[in-house]
Design a protein around this ligand. Structure first.
Ligand SMILES: [Zn+2]
Length: 344
């Protein structure tokens, strides 16, 4: 699913360890990630004499922290980082929040559910993950070998996230943020994460899209072991549907890839992509099928354990959506494995 978005800077990217101005008062930093998704975008918002408001922090890994040292030394024009905003609890976003707070003293702003999720994931013992996650993956119909590999992957959170600050400031839909003369309106939504924050600036026709408004890849929307009957896709599609009021030429600053225009075309393609997957899931489930059966039809390429974790979560997200809509039924067989079949 490719949308012909308009990348306003073409192929240009900020150099590692530098901040590139994208619009007046907003600077773009690109940090590396050790995954297939190999980078994350962070933004610095100029808050005049107060300093810089940072949006997202990168993973708490040595290469990123080394680049942070360069940014702190060379890119802030003698002003401090005065506030840290984190869009959601995933490691590439919240990773260095605690580390940077220690360095700068800046308060942390997050939505309540994202902050709680970060705190819980950071505190959760590896044993707990290994106790519950394998049973969940077994019930999806994945084979024993893969279930074991998924258990062994464990919880990455500890290695990628510095201790999450125990005190935070809450971002809610009521809390418009005034930063350097711009007013940013938070848009909270579930899907890729439970209470993700986009920041919308109507006056300047801009939106910081986080992981919810990506130009190229479809944000992962997965069901996880701790909420096996969850329906995050309903939240995400509702969010995409709700953005009609934005101007057609709004500039989107996303967390991955590059700043772009043509949001509405992009939204339409993302929604169409999920509808294609609903159709495929319904087709497979004409005969009783497991989430794994559906996954192998949705993702035909070879998947390693790490990719399988996202793929099975995505497959289940589409299936749970259809169950909630009354179009599929979920029944557990004698081994507790879920089978999905067209509702009769
Ligand atoms: Zn994310």
């Amino acid at each position: 699913m490719k949308t012909d978005v308009d990348y306003i800077y073409g192929e240009t990217l900020p150099e590692p360890g530098t901040a590139m101005e994208v619009v007046s008062g907003i600077r773009w930093i690109r940090m590396p990630l050790p995954f297939a998704l190999d980078h994350v975008n962070l933004f610095l918002l100029d808050d005049s004499d107060e300093g810089w408001v940072l949006v997202d922090t990168g993973a708490a890994l040595k290469p990123t922290q080394d680049l942070w040292e360069q940014v702190l030394a060379n890119e802030l024009q003698g002003k401090p980082i005065s506030q840290i905003i984190v869009t959601h609890f995933h490691p590439d976003h919240v990773g260095n929040a605690g580390w940077l707070q220690e360095r700068t003293g800046a308060p942390l702003w997050m939505s309540r559910t994202e902050w709680l999720s970060a705190r819980v994931n950071r505190a959760e013992a590896q044993e707990q993950f290994q106790q519950y996650a394998p049973e969940f993956y077994r019930r999806t119909g994945l084979n024993d070998l893969l279930v074991e590999e998924l258990r062994d992957l464990g919880n990455h959170f500890h290695s990628l996230v510095s201790p999450v600050p125990p005190i935070y400031r809450r971002i809610s839909e009521e809390s418009a943020l005034d930063i350097g003369g711009r007013t940013w309106v938070p848009i909270l939504a579930g899907g890729h994460s439970p209470e993700h924050v986009c920041l919308y600036c109507p006056d300047d026709n801009l939106v910081l899209g986080g992981d919810f408004l990506l130009p190229r890849i479809s944000p992962n929307v997965s069901v996880w072991w701790n909420e096996p009957e969850g329906n995050p896709l309903a939240d995400y599609i509702r969010f995409l549907d709700s953005l009609d009021y934005m101007e057609p030429d709004i500039l989107v600053l996303p967390s991955h890839d590059r700043p772009y225009r043509r949001l509405h075309e992009r939204r339409a393609d993302l929604i169409a992509h999920h509808h294609e997957r609903f159709d495929l899931a319904l087709e497979v489930c004409a005969a009783p099928s497991t989430a794994a059966d559906v996954m192998y039809q949705m993702f035909k390429r070879q998947l390693d354990a790490h990719q399988s974790r996202f793929a099975i979560g995505e497959s289940l997200a589409h299936l749970n959506y259809l169950v909630d809509e009354g179009r599929l039924e979920r029944v557990a067989d004698d081994n507790g494995i879920w089978r999905f079949v067209a509702a009769g």
